[in-house]
Design a protein around this ligand. Structure first.
Ligand code: KIV
Length: 279
């Protein structure tokens, strides 16, 4: 069995200026193909809520949902480092609960790390989790779990006060032991400053090209999600159209009597059939 990527590899990649690729996956077959393609980090994001479970936002996603899907992703991957989003309110109440929930994710799924949204407000929780030896990835900028408080899904850090706080948050996460952080929907200049200021790898999404790596949602990349697509998304394949065509072709053949054909069918001898039909 080959080893999975580790946080040491990501630190090296930052030093060597090699881009880190991160993509979401929420199930076994997707994890298999993302892993096979060579993606270094798979994120079981709580975007699960929207792209897989059909919720409006990430707030309805539970710890049990995340654990259920993450187990399948870990089973489907061999090389990728699997990071699991800690859902809304599973790390905010107190440090003990944060550690207990992070511990459940690690023990029950076999994932390699957890991701949490926020800066200094959650730093005690981050410290408690990293102190137990669990790799933590931070998430700053547009943090969907607190989109209500941020005034919606908007670019973060255009205002100097917010930008300065984001820099402080990034430094606080680094000193609390986070191994990496995601910057979402941030002006590229600010992302560049943060990437240069911290020694841990910064993974961008809508944060320009000066980060140490990028993350996208699998369903956006493949064209599988029909909801609103943010400006920072690049769709690489129109898989949805191909899939609809596949379903239509199946229906057409079925209704025209072309499927199932002989090669899809099992047979029995006449003698056996006669035996079956005997009174
Ligand atoms: O939940 C998610 O998919 C995420 C990424 C967009 C970073 O947090």
């Amino acid at each position: 069995m080959t080893d999975r990527y580790s946080i040491v590899d990501f630190r090296e990649m930052k030093k060597e200026k090699k881009q880190i690729a991160m993509l979401t996956a929420y199930d076994f077959p997707t994890a298999q193909l993302v892993d096979e393609a060579g993606v270094e980090i798979i994120l079981v994001g709580d975007s699960l809520g929207m792209v897989v479970l059909g919720y409006e936002d990430t707030l309805s996603v539970t710890l049990d949902d995340m654990i259920h899907h993450s187990k399948a992703v870990v089973r489907g991957s061999k090389r990728s480092f699997v990071v699991v989003d800690m859902p809304f309110l599973t790390y905010h109440i107190n440090e003990e609960e944060a550690l207990r929930n992070a511990g459940r994710i690690m023990q029950e799924t076999g994932a390699q790390g957890v991701k949490v949204e926020g800066g200094v407000e959650i730093i005690k929780a981050v410290r408690a989790i990293t102190s137990a030896g669990i790799p933590v990835m931070g998430h700053l900028g547009l943090t969907p779990q607190s989109a209500g408080q941020l005034g919606g899904f908007k670019v973060q850090g255009k205002d100097p006060r917010v930008a300065r706080k984001m820099i402080d948050d990034a430094l606080a996460l680094e000193s609390a032991g986070a191994f990496s952080l995601v910057l979402e929907c941030v002006p590229w200049q600010l992302a560049r400053v943060i990437t240069e200021k911290v020694s841990i790898p910064v993974i961008g999404i809508g944060a320009g090209k000066y980060c140490d790596g990028q993350v996208l949602v699998y369903h956006d990349v493949m064209g599988l999600f029909t909801g609103k697509r943010p400006k920072f998304v690049k769709q690489y394949v129109d898989a949805r159209s191909e899939m609809v065509k596949g379903v239509q072709e199946y229906m057409k053949e079925l209704k025209e009597g072309m499927f199932p054909a002989e090669q899809h069918t099992f047979t029995m001898t006449e003698e056996v059939l006669e035996e079956v039909l005997k009174e």
